[in-house]
Design a protein around this ligand. Sequence first.
Ligand code: ZN
Ligand code: ZN
Length: 284
Amino acid sequence: MHYSYSAMNTHDHNRCCGGRAWCVKDICGIVCAVLTWLLILFAEFVVMRLILMPSPHTVFSVINTFIFQALAFLAFASHLRTMLSDPGAVPRGNATKEMIEQMGYRDGEMFYKCPKCCSIKPDRAHHCSVCQRCIRKMDHHCPWVNNCVGENNQKFFVLFTFYIAAISLHALFLVLKQFAECVENDWHTCSPYSPPATIFLLLFLTFEALMFAIFTIIMLATQLTAILNDQTGIEQLKKEEARWAKKSRLKSIQSVFGRFSLAWFSPFTDPSYRTKFNSHFYSV
Ligand SMILES: [Zn+2]
Ligand SMILES: [Zn+2]
């Protein structure tokens, strides 16, 4: 019975685009993810229409447009990669007799089976009730990216928090500079919109950038500490004793980001840390 459950549901569960992309069908997560895009779009609108396009300083405007657009593109790409990547889901219902034998467990040998998704639970995997799957090295389920952060997408999530923190600090710098200029000169000439509309838009962007900067810097620091200590958010929360052999800091960073290169900062390259052994082990 377990076998047919696995064969029928594993390949299309949490998947879209004909099974090619991972996507969790959770309304709250989808709303939060769309809200994230709308907030980036709002910042785009205020920064470009109110601050950079009307600016009389051409060089300043061109350089900052380039920086802002590059950060917005990288943040958006990291968000999509985090959301649409399989975080490391263990196949549902793989705790079958055949599979257990295939994985080299002998009679009477101990292994963990998840009662919710009937899978053989690898060490450090946890069950996520939103994804309805066991996720390898699950850190937490993040509604803002509508996905779990786990072994396979942690790099993209760290990049997402990094680029959102960077774009928020950049927007904060631009918006405060604009405030100073408008106060010093004239509210009627410093923006294409009326003074009340300008004040409202600038204040809202200040609030948004400040909130996101604080939130993502804390998240980024938490993620990096967790990676350096080779301990996931859940393990920290549960104060679990490390049953696994803890990796050195360098090895731990490499297991998430791959060997050091510029690719560390690219949301388009997959870190090649998954061994053939692992992918064979967990694919049905
Ligand atoms: Zn499970
Ligand atoms: Zn999840």
